[in-house]
Structures are given as C-alpha cells and as structure tokens.
Design a protein around this ligand. Structure first.
Ligand SMILES: C[S@@+](CC[C@H](N)C(=O)[O-])C[C@H]1O[C@@H](n2cnc3c(N)ncnc32)[C@H](O)[C@@H]1O
Length: 311
C-alpha cells in the first residue's frame, strides 16, 4: 500500500497545503496540531504513517498530512456516516462535490435527510455532509435541530454554513491528499479493528514508523455529541490495549478528567502533558479555554511555553 510516491516536504507546492476539514466537528482540536508537530519532530525516526482511529472531523491528521509532517495518513471511525464521508471525499471526490452542489438547503430537505437511512456509501457520505453543515454544532445524531431553528427567525439561517465554493475547495483538497498517496485509506470500523490492522497491514514499516493519534469520545457529555460514545469500561479497555498490545508510538488526547488520570498514571515510558485548549463543544454556550490532557509514549518531549509536562 505504501508504494505510491511521497511528496511530503520535498514538494514545494503540495507541502504548503494546510488542509481544512470540510466537517464541523464537536470537539475538534485545532490547536493540538502545533503540539503534535513539535513532539513528532523532536523524535527519530520520523513517522511514515499516522493512523487516526477516532477521526471524526480529522482536523489534525489532515493538517499533518497536508503540511508533510507525516508521509501518509489512514483515517478510521466507527460511525458509518463519518467513515463513508471520508471515503467518498477521498476517492469519489467529484461525485460528492456535484451532489453537494445539487442539494437544496431547506428545512424540508433537512427533515428528509434526518429520516433517511441510506444504503450506499455515496448517500451516507452526502447525508453526513448535509446534516453536518446544516445542524446546530455539526451534530449528526440525536436531538440537535437545524441551524436557525425550525422557524428560521434567527439571523443565521439553515444554509449559513453551507457555502458551496468553500466546501468544494475543502473536499477537493481531501481528494488531492488521496490522489498523491498521502491519504492512503479510510476505514469504517471500531478502534480494535484499526489497531489490529495496523499490526498486520503494513509489514514494510517498523513499529516506530507508525504513529497512532487517538482522540476518543469525551468522558463527559460525549453521548450528546456523537452517535458512537464510550462507557467507562471502554475507556479502560483502550488504556489496557495501549499498555499491553501495541509497540507503536501513540499520542492520546482527552478531556482532563479524574478517570483518565487514573487510567494513565505517571510512569516510566509514558508522559502526560497539559495543553490549554480552546473548546467548542455544543454543550458549551461559547468557546472557552480549558486543559486538554495528552498522554504519549514518545520518549522526547521538547520544552515549550504552549504546554506543561506533568509526569
Ligand atoms: C472526539 S471525536 C474525534 C474528533 C476529531 N479528533 C476531530 O478533530 O474532529 C470522537 C470520535 O470517535 C468516534 N467513535 C466513538 N466510538 C468509537 C469506536 N468504538 N471506535 C472508533 N471510533 C469511535 C465517534 O464517532 C467520533 O467521531
């Protein structure tokens, strides 16, 4: 799978791409890109493949791949709408762009998509994009309503986040990452399957050339934001899997909750880092600043003013 050419930083044009996600995603952590870049660049060997098993809006992976910090990325998510969206945006780009442009962005259409149960990957992708861009805070599942309310009396109407030119640019940038071999694949699967595939699908890579960036559902409030959220046991299962069964390098980002500090205690071979983060989950009334906890097994963490290593 890794036989496609890598353009990376060697290509002056492609490596200036800062690819912006076409999805508005609750919990997207734009600022973490800088911290991750610092950590990745401080360690050898450089990663050849970054796998993001909870990709959601994929903000971080797209930027790391677009700017050539990593050679290749694979995106994965358990949510079938999200997985379909990334697959079609990457590998069936023109179809998605045309279908997105043909949609009429109305409350009637929003109701139709909300009830629709698409079978094909293309239609799942379009449902994901349409609802993401027209629903309050980009929430795909549950009770969130259309932007502007059903009566559309707000100055912000249902189509205010559905600018087709901007969306086309962003979707085509994803297609470009795929065309140039930087976005290698998209998987719709549970995180366990992603970890198992990472162990066996890339025999040409050594384990320290693969990095996992994991941004699981929040401990608090995730059930109101995502169709797929975690019970406490699942947070524990993930911690056990990372402890026992992976030789890869990994970076995990979480809300700074007691449960997570207990699951990832201070210990040799594992570093915990606090990053101050602008938070925009739907349940917060406005963007506020709060600490994000990063845990990683990367050995070298450079000194920085933008985060604090706590053990
Ligand atoms: C915090 S969000 C990721 C946000 C993303 N990092 C971004 O920048 O937009 C968590 C994601 O995990 C996905 N998810 C939940 N349970 C999962 C599971 N068991 N396996 C894989 N993905 C899962 C959800 O669908 C959601 O997209």
């Amino acid at each position: 799978m890794l036989d496609k050419p890598w353009y990376g930083l060697a290509d002056a044009v492609l490596s200036t791409h800062s690819v912006v996600s076409p999805l508005r995603y609750p919990g997207a952590k734009r600022q973490l890109f800088v911290t991750l870049t610092d950590i990745i660049k401080a360690n050898v060997p450089p990663p050849r493949l970054l796998l993001e098993p909870f990709c959601g809006g994929a903000t971080t992976s797209l930027r790391l791949a677009g700017l050539g910090v990593v050679e290749h990325v694979v995106l994965a998510d358990a949510d079938p709408l999200v997985g379909a969206f990334w697959y079609v945006a990457a590998f069936d780009t023109t179809w998605l762009v045309n279908a997105m442009k043909e949609e009429s962005v109305t409350i009637e259409r929003w109701d139709w998509w909300r009830l629709a149960e698409p079978k094909s990957r293309r239609d799942k992708a379009l449902k994901c994009l349409f609802l993401n861009r027209t629903t309050f805070s980009g929430i795909l599942h549950g009770r969130a309503g259309p932007i502007g309310g059903r009566a559309q009396k707000s100055p912000y109407k249902i189509d205010c986040r559905y600018g087709v030119e901007g969306l086309e640019r962003r979707i085509r940038a994803v297609g470009d990452l795929a065309n140039t071999g930087r976005l290698l694949d998209v998987w719709t699967c549970d995180w366990r399957t992603s970890l198992a595939r990472a162990q066996t699908w890339f025999p040409e890579l050594t384990s320290n050339e693969i990095i996992l960036y994991l941004d699981p559902p929040y401990v608090d409030k995730a059930a109101t934001l995502y169709g797929w959220s975690f019970q406490n046991d699942e947070h524990k299962n993930l911690a056990t899997a990372l402890r026992n069964s992976t030789d890869f390098r990994w970076v995990l980002s979480y809300d700074d909750a007691d449960l997570i500090r207990q699951l990832y205690p201070e210990k040799r071979g594992q570093r915990r880092i606090l990053v101050s983060h602008q938070y925009s989950a739907a349940t917060a009334k406005k963007r506020t600043s709060r600490d994000e906890l990063l845990v990683t097994n990367y050995p070298d963490i450079p000194i920085s003013t933008s985060y604090r290593v706590i053990g």
